[in-house]
Design a protein around this ligand. Sequence first.
Ligand SMILES: Cc1ncc(COP(=O)(O)O)c(C=O)c1O
Length: 393
Amino acid sequence: MADSTPGTMVPRRSFVEEGTRQRYELMELAGRLSGVIALGRGDPDLPTPPHVVMAGKQAIAEHGGTVSPLAGLPELRDTIAEKLKVENGIEVEGRDGIVVTTGGQEAVYLAVQALLRPGDEILVPDPRYTSYDVAIAMAGARLALVPTNREDGFQVHASDLERLVTPRTRAVLLISPGNPTAGVLKRQNLEEIREVVIKHNLMVISDEIYEKLLYDGARHVSVASLRGMAERTVTVNGFSKTYCMTGWRLGYLAGPVPVMERAQALKRILSGPPPVISQYAGLAALRGPTAFLDDYLETYRQRRKVVLDGLDGLGFAYGPPMGAFYVFVDASSIGRSAYDLSRSLLLDGKVLIFPGTAFGPRWTDYLRMSWLQPVSELEEALERIRDVLRPSA
Ligand SMILES: Cc1ncc(COP(=O)(O)O)c(C=O)c1O
């Protein structure tokens, strides 16, 4: 396919349509079977913390009939600005540097549309969350793929970025912790990327939606906290992953005021103001107790161990998942295409896992597994995978 080589311009949505079709076909198939263990999607199975639910309930009663300002409730924007300053080391111009959105998904879309013009190019690490491809295509811009690999934990290297810079390059998109790779970008690499970005006068979109889900001592570094980067970075974040609030549809973008103004102008016609009830719940999430997160992380750590031990037992290689709740598995030892293997695991083993090709056509040997199931289900899923892959006598 035209977009299978790192660095190649991707003019259209061809592979995204195919990757999305494959994913939805597998999900539809899974819906028709009984007893499927789903390790495909990335929506947390743990509950929204009770204090957040309570705040949402109260907001239904007190504010359910009201409409938020377009960029979000002032107190939520102030709280986000404060959180970014204290936790992430990011300085924005108070609430003017924040736009609250209907999910992180809308934040991704608005960031891309606000920064890119038709004909612009943006550098995106491969494999990637393919909503980026669609947003970039809709801006009339093109993406250039930055190669990453399993062997070094899917790091993005400044030298690879710089080789792909052209006079049309306008921005770099970074995501750490990563989806689908679960790689966490190291400070040293980000410092080197920072130099390339400044040298070539680029902007950065930094998707930090998995920032708090970290393992084995991994540290999250916000791009906008690096020297000279606050004015060049649009940070994307949301409540779905950390606070298990996928259904509340709440996210935000943060960055330079002119970019936030452009994002608001688009948001006005796209979705209008973000949901008011969810915003009060989001306020409780940011201001409330954080002990629940230690429990959730412990749960994820246990699940991660079960999954990685299982994969080790099966002889699979993978990039060490240092964040999020995914593992990007190299299944080349099986000798079947990722999609074919995913189908077989579903039909013969009743385990739903996404093929790597849903994250870029180059990843024909890879699978993305999530561990958003209880340990007993994960153990059962691994047992089933073992059975499907066992060579027949
Ligand atoms: C990398 C990344 N960014 C953004 C999102 C959007 O999440 P939401 O719209 O649920 O906030 C997701 C969801 O899976 C994601 O994986």
